[in-house]
Design a protein around this ligand. Structure first.
Ligand SMILES: CCCCCCCCCCCCCCCCCCCCCCCCCCCCCC(=O)SCCNC(=O)CCNC(=O)[C@H](O)C(C)(C)COP(=O)(O)OP(=O)(O)OC[C@H]1O[C@@H](n2cnc3c(N)ncnc32)[C@H](O)[C@@H]1OP(=O)(O)O
Ligand SMILES: NC(=O)C1=CN([C@@H]2O[C@H](COP(=O)(O)OP(=O)(O)OC[C@H]3O[C@@H](n4cnc5c(N)ncnc54)[C@H](OP(=O)(O)O)[C@@H]3O)[C@@H](O)[C@H]2O)C=CC1
Length: 481
């Protein structure tokens, strides 16, 4: 008899141990996810299918995008590298996803009557991940998605007789105007309901005018509206079992389903590309400030554990869980930047504009100086060369965009925050040893140097889609500089 290979240790009953309680909890459940096509939503779906292949159905509220129908989008997700393991453990995964047409910007999300009926009568658990994460979104749009849509979803949830838990994904930066942040919902100066109402009758130019006054000491419309969203959750929780998860800066996967997976430019990813391709040479950052990065699979594991705990233990009040790394396993931007650069030596990106050699600057004057000397001047010279050789200049435009992006991220890389993690640590202690293994969110076990190396490698493979076989040529290319 041939020896069976244990492809999915997370599913097996271990000798002398028991099966994961959390995985068993999700079996047979009907789960509704918003934002399932996003970075975190995809990893959440993947983990659910891999650890609870017997779940009944995942409803995903989604819209067609970029010329793709709902079915085409689902097909593309399921056929991606991220879902390779899932297809082995759950061959019926296609049948267990029910894509529901929904636009969270519309009244009742523009969901059809039949779909709404099914959602209301069948849903057991809701994970609300959808949001606009852009820092520069006009207030009206950010309020619509991050506040009004949350309010509407809560209203839907209150009409679901079988609902066991509603998990709202917020951000650890929703109160980044404070330096010490507890796991509580902080009140906003203006009531969310008033903001929602005013968006209905104020015109865009007035909203733009009053935006700075409304957001006050928040850095952008994103963090401001995420804070309002939390308040709505708190105020409209009614009899629902609700919890809020607050991740910090979400990065590539640490371990699951494999290290280094990432598929968007948010957070550090875009800047790592810009540095690796030689465009970004300097950035205003404080090397000693804590870089509160958290891997996306850690966030997902905590979120699933929170879903289980909220449904089964039904805490009396809405619990907030910080999913952060700074107080348990701190790493600073200096160390992180250094490791990013060290990884470029081993694993360079292809066709770099210049040799990667970025540095942190400490003050505004030096930052302006390096922007002129290391960013704008080379771009102008390169565009001149492109013009001379009959090609379309593009470097100045690209560089301006990069500098706009770095200026928006500066707020977050020049300060440190302290997030308390009592609830998250309490939850960890509530898990069985098997659940602590299968749904590991203990960030103390994370080795930053290894994580960053895998992150850079993941960016090269999954974002830039570069072949590892091209590394010698990429090294050769860098030697020419
Ligand atoms: C002591 C020792 C010292 C040693 C020193 C060594 C020094 C070494 C220095 C080395 C440096 C090395 C590298 C750096 C390494 C680390 C430093 C990294 C710092 C990272 C900081 C991150 C901070 C994040 C903080 C987040 C806090 C809040 C967290 C959250 O809750 S929300 C999630 C985060 N949200 C975001 O990140 C969104 C931010 N983005 C935006 O808001 C916007 O994109 C924008 C920045 C405003 C730019 O808008 P634009 O309109 O200008 O551009 P656009 O968005 O249209 O995009 C341009 C093109 O890019 C494409 N694109 C954009 N986003 C995406 C996406 N998500 N996925 C795919 N593609 C995307 C877009 O399509 C455009 O392409 P085109 O259409 O072809 O033009
Ligand atoms: N990434 C990060 O660093 C952090 C994220 N968070 C929070 O985590 C959650 C998930 O973020 P992340 O996955 O990174 O974000 P993404 O931008 O990757 O995903 C956003 C999701 O929301 C959906 N969505 C947006 N607008 C609509 C709409 N009108 N109708 C239907 N769906 C819509 C998007 O759908 P579509 O694909 O159609 O655009 C997408 O599925 C958010 O709540 C965010 O605030 C918190 C801390 C950090």
């Amino acid at each position: 008899m041939g020896r069976e290979r244990n492809l999915f240790p997370e599913l097996s009953e271990r000798k002398g141990g028991t099966m994961s309680t959390i995985a068993a909890f999700y079996s047979g459940k009907s789960i509704l996810i918003t934002g399932a096509t996003g970075f975190m939503g995809k990893v959440l779906m993947e983990k659910l299918f891999r650890t609870s292949p017997d779940l009944k159905v995942i409803y995903i509220l989604m819209r067609p995008k970029a010329g793709q129908t709902l079915q085409q989008r689902v097909f593309q997700i399921l056929n991606s590298k991220l879902f390779e393991k899932v297809k082995e453990v759950c061959p019926t995964v296609h049948d267990k996803i029910r894509a529901i047409y929904a636009d969270l910007n519309q009244n009742d999300f523009a969901i059809s009557r039949e779909d709404m009926q099914e959602l209301l009568s069948c849903t057991n658990i809701i994970f609300h991940c959808a949001a606009t994460v852009r820092f520069d979104d006009p207030l009206r749009h950010a309020v619509q998605l991050n506040v009004t849509a949350t309010q509407q979803l809560l209203l839907m949830a209150s009409q679901m007789p079988k609902l066991e838990a509603f998990i709202h994904i917020s951000t650890a930066f929703s109160n980044c105007n404070l330096t010490h942040i507890d796991e509580v919902v902080y009140p906003c100066p203006v009531e969310p309901k008033k903001i929602i109402d005013s968006m209905e009758w104020l015109d865009d130019s007035i909203i733009d005018e009053i935006t700075p006054k409304l957001i006050g000491d928040q850095p952008n419309t994103y963090t401001y509206t995420k804070a309002l969203g939390e308040m709505v959750v708190q105020q409209e929780s009614g009899n629902l079992n609700i919890a809020i998860v607050r991740p910090s800066i979400v990065g590539a996967t640490w371990q699951e389903p494999f290290p280094g997976w990432v598929d968007n430019l948010n957070g550090p990813s875009g800047l790592i590309i810009a540095a690796g391709k030689g465009f970004l040479r300097a950035i205003k950052a404080t090397p000693m400030a804590v870089a509160d990065l958290i891997p996306v699979d850690t966030v997902v594991n905590l979120t699933l554990a929170v879903g289980w705990y909220t449904a089964v233990h039904r805490p009396k009040s809405t619990l907030v869980y910080h999913c952060t790394s700074g107080n348990l396993n701190p790493c600073n931007w200096g160390k992180m930047g250094f490791q990013v650069l060290a990884t470029f030596e081993k694993i360079p990106f292809e066709r770099a504009f210049r040799r990667p050699n970025a540095d942190f600057t400490s003050n505004n004057f030096m930052n302006q100086y390096w922007n002129a000397v290391s960013h704008r001047a080379p771009a102008i010279i390169y565009d001149f060369y492109l013009r001379l050789t009959g090609r379309k200049p593009r470097m100045t435009k690209l560089m301006n965009r990069l500098l706009r992006t770095t200026s928006m991220l500066e707020y977050f890389i020049n300060r440190s925050w302290e997030w308390s993690t009592y609830n998250t640590e309490m939850l960890m202690s509530e898990l069985s040893p098997e659940d602590q293994r299968v749904f590991n969110f203990d960030v103390r076990q994370l080795n930053w140097l290894e994580y960053i190396e895998n992150y850079v490698l993941g960016i090269k493979k999954y974002l830039l889609k570069e072949d590892m076989a091209g590394i010698p040529e990429a090294k050769q290319h860098l030697k020419r500089f």
